[in-house]
Design a binder for this molecule. Structure first.
Ligand code: G1P
Length: 304
């Protein structure tokens, strides 16, 4: 890894782009996702994908590439201008709401490309190859919400900027849940200013049973990767679930160029299944400036 660190210049380390895979069918959320994308399910007052786009913006990303599929047009509409709605709100004197709606479209540049077949997360990232080009980029999975001012993506970008080596966010999960995540085998590689949060990845396994898991450090769904990942993806054969797994391509990358696991600082909400979605909704509502106080009182009044 030291060699890679020395050969990369500061410009080559600037992370300007992010890929958001959003082509999945959302089968864990039926029937809600029968006719609407899971990325558009609302947590408190925003669709899930807006939280993820906001994480990109807070992290300094300038250009987001959303990988969509059939039935996902409402995502494009959400980040587009809405002249009729804006004019209507202006005419009714609802200037703040009009500005709120406009801000969503002005946040950042967004491009779209489509994954024509559901061949896996790795394949979805590969579909963005031409739009990313020859530069490092972030990947954010929409099921995981990390609100706040210093989200995991920002922390990974700092690791990449300092080392020139790709980094993925990890967090501890209960041992009996390893089969739900990509799991890393990492050795401590403390270095300033990241300290003991930084691990050098020896290997990664996608969704191992607890007895086969090399650790309980799970991939959170945030990655900052060099463009070499695309060659790795092209060499990756279908793996778990007969899909082209990003985790399998990361194994190749880790062996070839090195890869960090970073125990990020913060809290993530897994909104990918029904219970996780409910927990995310409650916790994010409690933090909401307008609703939090009243909502807390309401929860207390339930006397469960
Ligand atoms: C994906 C990744 C997995 C990661 C997880 C995080 O799995 O393949 O490595 O741990 O996201 O949410 P999925 O949840 O899409 O099955």
């Amino acid at each position: 890894m030291a060699d890679a660190t020395q050969t990369k210049g500061a410009t080559a380390r600037r992370v300007r782009k992010a890929v958001l895979p959003a082509a999945g069918l959302g089968t864990r959320f039926l029937p809600a996702t029968k006719a609407q994308p899971k990325e558009m399910l609302t947590v408190v007052d925003k669709p899930q994908i807006q939280y993820v786009v906001e994480e990109c913006v807070v992290s300094g990303i300038e250009h987001i590439i959303i990988v969509t599929g059939k039935g996902k047009n409402s995502i494009e509409d959400h980040f587009d201008y809405a002249p009729t709605l804006e004019r209507f709100l202006e005419e009714k004197g609802k200037k703040e709401q009009a500005a709120l709606v406009r801000r969503i479209s002005d946040m950042v540049q967004v491009s779209y490309t489509r994954q024509k077949e559901p061949l896996g997360l790795g394949h979805a990232v590969l579909v963005a190859k031409d739009l990313v080009g020859d530069e490092p980029f972030a990947v954010l999975l929409g099921d995981v919400l990390i609100p706040g001012e210093n989200p995991a993506t920002k922390q990974l970008i700092d690791v990449y900027a300092a080392t020139g080596v790709g980094a993925i966010a990890v967090e501890e999960v209960p041992k009996e849940k390893t089969h739900l995540y990509g799991i890393v085998d990492g050795e401590p590689a403390p270095q300033a200013p990241f300290g003991a949060r930084l691990l050098r990845i020896r290997d990664l396994v996608e969704k191992p049973r607890p007895e086969k898991a090399p650790s309980n450090l799970a991939i959170t769904g945030r990655y900052v990767l060099p463009p070499q990942i695309f060659d790795c993806l092209e060499r990756t054969k279908p793996g778990a679930g007969n899909e082209i797994q990003l985790t399998d391509a990361l194994r190749i990358l880790a062996q070839q160029d090195g890869l960090w696991a970073y125990i990020y600082n913060g809290i993530s909400y897994d909104a990918g299944d029904k219970l996780g979605f409910l927990k995310a909704t409650v916790e994010i509502a409690l933090q909401n400036k307008e609703l939090g106080g009243d909502f807390r009182e309401y929860l207390k009044s339930l006397k469960l």
